[in-house]
Design a binder for this molecule. Structure first.
Ligand code: PMP
Length: 358
């Protein structure tokens, strides 16, 4: 069966090369005579690929030695709670920047656990955007400052990160490994894997090790970063297959080069934004300066036309273009592994659709 063009927001398209590699060694992983789904997480074959996944990430974004790379369960959603549980001490305040639905979810969890200052709020603004640096009202002596680097639903993305006194914490679920950036600007980064990194079932955490020491002794063992740092993410049984696949994806990115991938991502997104800007028919959802290179969101003149657009596109093999159920509209998620010729196909369809319905 031919593969479709998969615009899903996550789980989403993965590199064919990595899928084929996993398929090829599914019955016999690394000469072990068993699948990676069957082998012990304490065995040498698994240990090698586990460490390769972390080393691949360390290399791709130059993660310094004073940071640990962890593979945890519970998705990015559990990080919404683990971050304040570990980093926000009683009597202190954390600054949160509310740029949309995902940031708002992080804020909701943090408020259950401690004192939160919302340093800026653009959650409900349309067109969507992330706050400007001059709008941030940060707290002196804050425990940390939290932001969402790419709002997957709103289609907005931070292009320049604020320089903050307190450690910067970022939910990079939907744009980690899509562009180079300076890890040293952050105290903690987390990301659900199921966009640019690999399959669902694992969340990546990159944490400056000294910050993990803030946690209270009373915190449950599994919810402490220190536990997972000490045990190299092998305190309990990890999601072996997902981590294995991350290793394959990092091999793929190393071959292409992160800079090259980034350039390709920007070019792919620009091709779609150019169609939006060429007339009045399509209307981009995000303000121009913070348009996402990962999730291109837009509206058509009516919801009925949006329905027809999604249906016709699907018939052409362009799948998963329906916007998030909470906001409607159209969303083209074009992560690293989404092929440029799929963008060509979408652009061609958009022009044709406009001609027939504009
Ligand atoms: N943050 C962002 C920016 C996301 O896009 C998502 C999922 N789409 C999440 C957090 C939640 O991730 P998970 O489903 O892994 O909990």
């Amino acid at each position: 069966m031919a593969r479709v063009y998969n615009f899903n927001a996550g789980p989403s398209v993965l590199p064919v090369e990595a899928l084929e590699y996993a398929q090829k060694e599914l019955l016999d992983f690394s000469g072990s005579g068993m699948s990676v789904l069957e082998c012990s997480h304490r065995g040498k074959e698994y240990e090698a690929i586990h460490n390769e996944a972390a080393a691949g990430i360390r290399k791709l974004v130059n993660v310094p030695e004073e940071y640990a790379i962890l593979f945890l369960q519970g998705g990015a959603s559990l990080q919404f709670a683990m971050v304040p549980m570990n980093l926000l001490a009683a009597g202190q305040t954390a600054d949160y920047i509310n740029s949309g639905a995902w940031a708002a979810k992080a804020i909701k969890e943090a408020k259950l656990l401690g004192s939160v200052n919302v340093a800026a709020n653009t959650e409900k603004e349309i067109p969507t955007r992330v706050p400007r640096l001059d709008e941030l009202k940060l707290t002196k002596g804050a425990s940390y400052v939290h932001l969402t680097s790419n709002e997957t639903i709103a289609g907005s993305q931070w292009k320049t990160f604020p320089k903050t006194e307190a450690p910067l914490v970022a939910d990079m679920s939907s744009d980690f490994l899509s562009r180079p950036f300076d890890v040293k600007q952050f105290g903690l980064i987390y990301a659900g894997a199921q966009k640019n990194l690999g399959p669902a079932g694992v969340a990546l955490v990159i944490i400056r090790k000294d910050l993990a020491g803030r946690v209270s002794d009373k915190a449950p063992t599994m919810l402490k970063y220190t536990t997972h740092i000490e045990e190299n993410s092998l305190y309990n049984t990890p999601p072996c297959f997902s981590i294995y696949f991350i290793a394959l994806v990092t091999r793929w990115i190393q071959k292409i080069g992160l800079e090259n991938l980034y350039r390709q991502n920007v070019a792919k997104a620009r091709r779609i934004y150019d169609v939006l800007d060429a007339g009045q028919f399509y209307k981009g959802t995000a303000v121009r300066e913070c348009r996402s290179d990962m999730n291109v969101t837009f509206r058509l003149p009516s919801e009925a036309l949006e329905d027809t657009f999604v249906k016709e596109a699907s018939k052409l093999g362009l799948k998963g273009l329906k916007g998030h159920r909470s906001v409607g509209g159209i969303r083209a998620s074009i992560y690293n592994a989404f092929p440029p010729d799929g963008v060509d196909k979408l652009v061609e369809f958009m022009r044709d659709f406009q001609k027939r319905n504009g």
